[in-house]
Design a protein. Structure first.
Lengths: 148, 370, 320
């Protein structure tokens, strides 16, 4: 079962999802993410492992990238969520996957994405009183030197 | 006095950031009830060097030395995962000889890394320094081989996009074969020193049990996952390089306790030796590098690649916008997830077992904080 | 009435004992470093003198010259007195140890009881250090130490009582004399008692694998985490002096003390004592540390029953 097959299965259940042209990732509307995660984790697809969460700052939006893995079917699925940069908020997946706890804290720390209903959404790598979100493209810091 | 009037207070112990056995600058906020751990809050980030931000301002080749500093006791594997990710982005195939060389050095580095893990684990259990020194003696042999191969002892910077930095030097296969011959009986020495020691068994059996479901749910990878009974190894299940040509077993544990994690690492030592032996025998005579060009400009796209590093699955998520710098580079470090489970494992154990469990998880702060 | 001559003798004896203790502790520190180094495929100290023999002296000078750091918030009196409470009992025990036929400071008729009573008070110093340091690691170390020493005192004493059944006296010299025919360790019942004694005594002096009070991988340095300079050195000297004391008792009680052919008594005594010390070092650098609940379980569930049963068997043996 490949990524496209996963997309078809999700598409059957949630018609609002779409496929990203370049990467074939499944694009999920932000309000649907918990439902999709629940479906992915369920019996039909049994994606029991949330392998990684990360984000990409595309200037006008922030793309959240979720990499799921199923040990039963030995297969990977990449799910993306597009968030507007000025209101980057999405439901936390901690109630489905415990690994989401630290991954979401990291994304919050570096990109400023708010995960709603996260048990402890605090900065994880940077000090608690750090200003700004370092991995955003518009982040500035006097100590940051750009090299060609 | 009535019993109900008596109360005991929780003791808050700040273990770290400077502590002899936290494997780097890790800060554990322990809440103790006498000797028993009630809660443990993990604070990380003391070694945060913003590698991912640095990557956005470097070219693809310039970032290779930075990957050395992620998991600094297994730099080869870090180099390897990164260059493989970039090669996947470029759709670049490397010569057969380079693949063999990469397998040999990666497996040698896995041995060095596991030796360190076993030694420090025994040290954490209180076998003061003796097993550690034994492991260092053998690790030194590996490092000497690397010294000859690439001129460095810790941060190798050996892999290149499209191959390796240098071809193997003359006569190195003899030395590696000697090392394999030397290493095999040494593994039995460790078995004698630790495995059958009643105190060691008493300290490790049935402690820090990580169940299969918890391990998968926490996204634990590598030896820790295999110790919990999941037969999963990227070298076997999603073979990269030439791993599919070699015969080796995937050691797994049953209970997922500290002993199983130790056992899996011990067994992986001999499996790695087996792989190296086959790779040395089958290495083809050919050129070791293809020219990928000085300035690498991949087409716009995204790639996620993960490889089996000694601590688990090291993944690189690279987003390219068609320029010479990566648009975004995410490092999915195995120790990051492996450490997250610590809080779950240490609840209710004695304080002495906290360091034992931490040692058995074999974390490395360099790649957690990045 | 204290006369001048007896005063001079007293001063000379005290100086001799103190001199021997310092020399012995220094030798043991050097020896431990060498033994551990060779076990660990290293050389150990090599620079100061021949094979580093002068290393302890260099260490002592360094520790003496160090700034005396008093951490904030320590319980002043308790903190200051703790090293003395640890060191003084360790030194006092030497009064009743027979080095040779006539080489004993005072052959008390309660000799062994005196030594055990005196060395047991060393726990006060450790607990004071743990309490007074205002450090949680020290406190945990102190608490562990108290629990450990009280638990291991029982099998230790019972195994000594087994010896007393055979010797018929508490005096150290009389115990040695009682072994004129054969060493007590050759008696099967006392053979068991010897091992119970050695294990309990290792726990008594906080040596590995029972070094929980100063478990460096968990508690940094346990009860002496906050001590530096000469105070730290006093803990160190006390540790090695205690190690000498328990080994000397073992040599006296089970291995015939200063008795032996050809060589003079004191030489035999030292050979036996240092052999036992070497075994203790060997154990320390080989085994992992036990956990605190396993430690207590071992004392109460294994050692105490064994020593009690052994005592009963020995008693039956004698009455028959």
């Amino acid at each position: 079962m490949r990524q496209s097959k996963v997309f078809e299965l999700i598409k059957l259940k949630f018609p609002q999802v779409s496929e990203e042209d370049l990467t074939k990732a499944v694009i999920v509307p932000q309000e649907l993410l918990p439902a999709v995660a629940n479906y992915l984790k369920g019996q039909d697809l049994s994606f029991d492992n949330l392998h990684c969460i990360t984000a990409v700052d595309r200037l006008e939006r922030i793309e959240l990238v979720y990499i799921f893995y199923s040990f039963k079917n030995r297969q990977q699925a990449i799910v993306k969520v597009y968030l507007p940069i000025d209101a980057a908020e999405v439901e936390s997946l901690t109630k489905f996957y415990r690994s989401a706890d630290w991954f979401e804290r990291e994304v919050y720390d570096l990109f400023g994405v708010k995960f709603l209903n996260h048990p402890n959404l605090a900065r994880i790598l940077n000090p608690q009183d750090w200003k700004g979100y370092p991995l955003r493209k518009n982040y500035t810091n006097p100590n940051l030197i750009r090299k060609p | 006095m009535k019993m109900s009037n008596m109360h005991s207070e929780q003791l808050c112990v700040n273990m770290g950031p400077q502590h002899p056995s936290t494997h780097g600058v890790l800060y554990l906020d322990l809440r103790l009830d006498g000797e028993e751990v009630v809660d443990c809050i993990t604070h990380i980030g003391y070694l945060h060097r913003s590698m991912e931000k640095i990557a956005e301002n470097r070219t693809y080749t310039q970032f290779i030395p930075f990957t050395d500093r992620l998991d600094y006791v297994a730099s080869m594997n870090n180099n390897l995962a990164y260059v493989l990710a970039v090669e996947k982005l470029l759709n670049l195939d490397v010569p057969e000889r380079a693949k063999y060389i990469r397998v040999i050095v990666a497996e040698l580095n896995r041995i060095a890394s596991h030796l360190l893990a076993i030694g420090t684990f025994a040290q954490d259990l209180g076998a003061f320094a003796t097993p550690l020194f034994y492991c260092f003696r053998e690790r030194e042999k590996v490092i000497e081989i690397f010294d000859e191969v690439c001129g460095n002892r810790l941060t190798y910077n050996y892999m290149r996009i499209g191959g390796v930095q240098f071809d193997l030097p003359e006569g190195i296969d003899r030395r590696i074969k000697d090392f394999i011959k030397y290493m095999r009986p040494k593994i039995n020495d460790y078995e004698g020193l630790l495995t059958n020691n009643p105190i060691f068994l008493e300290r490790t059996k049935n402690i820090g049990i990580l169940s299969k479901e918890t391990a998968i749910n926490y996204s634990i990878t590598g030896p820790n996952l295999r110790a919990s009974g999941v037969q999963w190894d990227l070298r076997k299940d999603e073979p990269y390089l030439v791993y599919d040509k070699f015969e080796f077993a995937i050691p797994t544990g049953k209970n997922g306790d500290m002993w199983d994690r130790y056992r899996v690492r011990m067994d992986e030592l001999s499996q790695s030796l087996k792989i190296i032996e086959q790779a040395i025998a089958g290495i083809p005579e050919a050129q070791a590098t293809v020219k990928a060009g000085r300035m690498i400009k991949p087409a716009a796209g995204e790639v996620y690649f993960r490889a089996e590093s000694p601590r688990g699955e090291l993944g690189f998520y690279i987003v390219s916008d068609g320029s010479v710098n990566p648009y975004r580079l995410k490092i999915r470090a195995p120790s990051f997830s492996n450490l997250a489970v610590l809080r779950e494992l240490v609840k209710g154990v004695k304080v002495a077992d906290v360091v034992g469990i931490l040692g058995s998880l074999d974390i490395l702060m360099g790649e957690i904080d990045r | 009435m204290v006369t001048l001559s007896s005063l001079i003798v007293m001063v000379l004896v005290v100086s001799a004992v103190l001199g021997f203790i310092s020399a012995s502790a220094m030798f043991l520190i050097w020896w431990e470093r060498k033994v551990s180094a060779h076990i660990q495929t290293r050389f150990g100290p090599m620079r100061v003198g021949w094979h580093g023999v002068l290393q302890p002296i260099a260490d002592a000078i360094k520790l003496l010259c160090k700034e005396d750091i008093v951490p904030v918030g320590v319980d002043k009196w308790v903190w200051w007195l703790a090293p003395f409470f640890v060191t003084v009992p360790a030194v006092m025990a030497f009064v009743a140890i027979p080095f040779g036929k006539n080489l004993i400071v005072q052959d008390l008729n309660l000799g062994i009881l005196y030594i055990i009573a005196i060395t047991s008070t060393g726990i006060f110093g450790i607990f004071m250090a743990g309490w007074g340091s205002n450090n949680k690691y020290s406190l945990l170390g102190g608490m562990r130490s108290a629990a450990q020493i009280i638990s291991y005192e029982i099998p230790l004493l019972i195994s000594i009582i087994t010896v007393l059944l055979f010797s018929g006296s508490l005096s150290m010299q009389k115990i040695v004399t009682a072994q004129a025919k054969y060493w007590f360790i050759l008696n099967p019942s006392l053979f068991v008692a010897f091992f119970v004694y050695i294990i309990s005594a290792t726990a008594e002096v906080n040596r590995a694998p029972f070094d929980l009070p100063e478990a460096e991988s968990e508690l940094v340095a346990g009860f002496h985490t906050e001590y530096s300079g000469m105070k730290f050195a006093m803990f160190f000297i006390a540790e090695y002096t205690n190690m000498f004391t328990i080994s000397a008792i073992a040599a006296t009680l089970f291995l015939g003390g200063w008795r032996g052919p050809l060589l003079p008594g004191p030489v035999w005594f030292l050979i036996k004592t240092y052999t036992i010390i070497f075994v203790l070092m060997w154990v320390r650098w080989t085994f992992p540390r036990v956990r605190v609940d396993q430690l207590m379980g071992f004392a109460w569930k294994v050692l105490t029953p064994i020593s009690l049963v052994n005592l009963i068997i020995a008693g039956w043996f004698i009455l028959k």
